[in-house]
Design a protein around this ligand. Structure first.
Ligand code: PLP
Length: 516
């Protein structure tokens, strides 16, 4: 009896354990930040642009926060503009400078591993006539300076190079990049979103013109960014309106978020001090993974000065990341595949491609990003779960290859087809016949409607989301779960005959159970 009870307790501990290893996607808001933000929300509701007492207090808080951010990046407060997010900061610089220089100067040189808020803005600017060139990076994502030097010419008005990459953690030699840009009279924008709080930042020493930051990567709130604009560097606002932020960014300031950002920046010294501990935990994890799977490939640079202390991109050859991530999620561990923004669309990450990974290798890659609350126990636990998975000791979700999904299965009475596609995909493509559509974001509200005596075949567009949900259903006690590998996209390709004949037939839309 006692042993049974102990087993039960172990089971509970195992499945209630939560390990958050996705700090590059976002971080939890720290207590000091939350407390100060609460206070601002309660007491300091004045509009910083007004003139009476309560507004002046708000304006003072705003300027204090600006000072905190400026101190953290070694800038003058007059050079810091608060924005809605770092994506806005990046957009503002790229669009502002293109409007300022084009067509007198036409070119931007960037790297192929920038965040989508840079990459997609550059793609847009190309449609407006701006010419964009991407310099080469090596297998660790380091900018090849000789190639950069060749590309930056008299036509180049901007060199855009992130300080540290969100997926692999590679840190660039920004001084060298700036030197090359300066030789040709080009300005420099650097995305420092992942670097702030993990490595020291000194925008003045690096002599960059623009730098972008985001509070939610350093235990601050989401929805608040900052932009450094060097004194004298050209800049026109993206948002026109009131005179906020010195006329450079219209819109009433989100004071609680700004103050939260300021408090997060005040804690930077503590965060930087914790970097050594985080790096050594990451190293322990690498060693454990190498023992478990000797042919695993570390995509992040292994030289300390070249990589963020917390970031690890690792490929497990032969192990699809969707299955592994689903399993990790099932055991309470959050990691990501590419950048958070691209997770779910099942397209191999552009960063991994740029550093030379094949599409298959990219699908076998996960990103682990530690935080200041990560413990040695967490490392041990994750390594243990990965070992169990790779050595076949965990209950697997069954997989069915898209080509094998035939009429017998589609019309089998003992198979319940569960469509967990997002609404956009449902608008584009008809689903499997006899499918039951649910809203994948609130899957927990449909559990009572799913049969426990049937095989549940789960599918999504690409096979990634469905595997996560499959493991979730396993955790909820559903025994017979099968995931469609490659999802509807693959099935449409492999079985276009069946798609033409049956897709969209007899679809049932389930209503969420409100009583849960
Ligand atoms: N730049 C990098 C390198 C990032 O990692 C992110 C967020 O993931 C951003 C920009 C965008 O930041 P925000 O979420 O504040 O728009």
């Amino acid at each position: 009896m006692e042993i049974q009870y102990l087993e039960f307790l172990k089971h509970l501990v195992r499945f209630n354990r939560q390990v958050y290893f996705d700090h590059n996607a976002t971080t939890p808001v720290s207590n000091p930040v939350r407390k100060k933000m609460d206070q601002v929300l309660k007491k300091h509701y004045g509009n910083p642009s007004s003139f009476y007492g309560i507004a002046r207090q708000a304006a003072e808080l705003l300027e204090n926060a600006r000072q905190n951010v400026a101190d953290a990046i070694h800038a003058d407060p007059s050079e810091v503009i608060f924005t809605g997010c770092a994506s806005e900061s990046n957009n503002a610089v790229l669009k502002s400078l293109s409007a300022h220089f084009y067509p007198k100067k036409r070119k931007i040189v960037s790297t192929p591993i920038e965040h989508p808020s840079i990459m997609n803005t550059l793609t847009y600017l190309e449609t407006q006539g701006v010419s964009v060139e991407y310099c080469s990076v090596d297998e660790k994502g380091r900018v090849m300076l000789a190639d950069l030097e060749k590309r930056v010419d008299e036509q180049t008005f901007l060199v855009c190079c992130m300080l540290a990459n969100n997926e692999t953690g590679v840190i660039q030699d920004l001084m060298a990049v700036t030197k090359i840009a300066r030789q040709r009279g080009a300005l420099v924008l650097t995305d420092c979103v992942q670097a702030l709080g993990k490595i020291p930042i000194d925008v003045h020493a690096w002599d960059v013109d623009y730098a972008s930051f985001s509070a939610h990567k350093l235990y601050g709130p989401k929805g608040i960014g900052a932009l450094y604009v060097k004194q004298g560097s050209p800049f026109t606002p993206l948002l026109h309106g009131g005179r906020q932020e010195g006329g450079l960014r219209a819109g009433t300031e989100s004071l609680h978020n700004i103050v939260g950002f300021g408090v997060a920046c005040q804690k930077i010294d503590q965060l930087l001090l914790a970097a050594g501990k985080i790096r050594s935990l990451k190293q322990q994890l690498i060693e454990q993974f190498r023992r478990i799977k000797p042919n695993c490939v570390i995509n992040s640079p292994e030289i300390d000065s070249e990589c963020l202390p917390n970031t690890l991109s690792i490929t497990f050859p032969g192990v699809e990341n969707s299955g592994l991530m689903g399993m990790l999620d099932y055991r309470g561990i959050a990691v990501s595949a590419g950048s958070a923004c691209s997770t779910g669309d099942d397209i191999p990450s552009h960063v991994l491609r740029a550093i030379g990974l094949s599409d298959q290798a990219a699908r076998e890659t996960i990103r682990i990003s530690l935080g200041h609350d990560t413990s040695a126990r967490d490392i041990h636990y994750v390594a243990q779960v990965v070992r169990d998975y790779l050595e076949g000791r965990t209950s697997f979700v069954n997989m069915i290859a898209a080509g094998q999904l035939n009429e017998t299965i589609l019309f089998d009475e003992n198979t319940f087809i569960l469509d967990v596609r997002p609404p956009v995909d449902r608008k584009k493509f008809k689903g499997l016949p006899n499918a039951h559509e649910v809203n994948p974001i609130s899957i927990e509200n449909y559990l009572k409607q799913l049969p426990r005596n049937k095989q549940i075949l789960v599918y999504c567009p690409g096979g990634g989301l469905s595997i996560m949900i499959s493991y979730y259903l396993k955790a909820k006690g559903f025994k017979r779960i099968t995931n469609l590998r490659g999802g509807l996209d693959e099935w449409r390709k492999r079985r276009s005959d069946l798609y033409e004949k049956y897709a969209g037939q007899n679809i049932i839309v389930l209503e969420p159970d409100k009583s849960d």
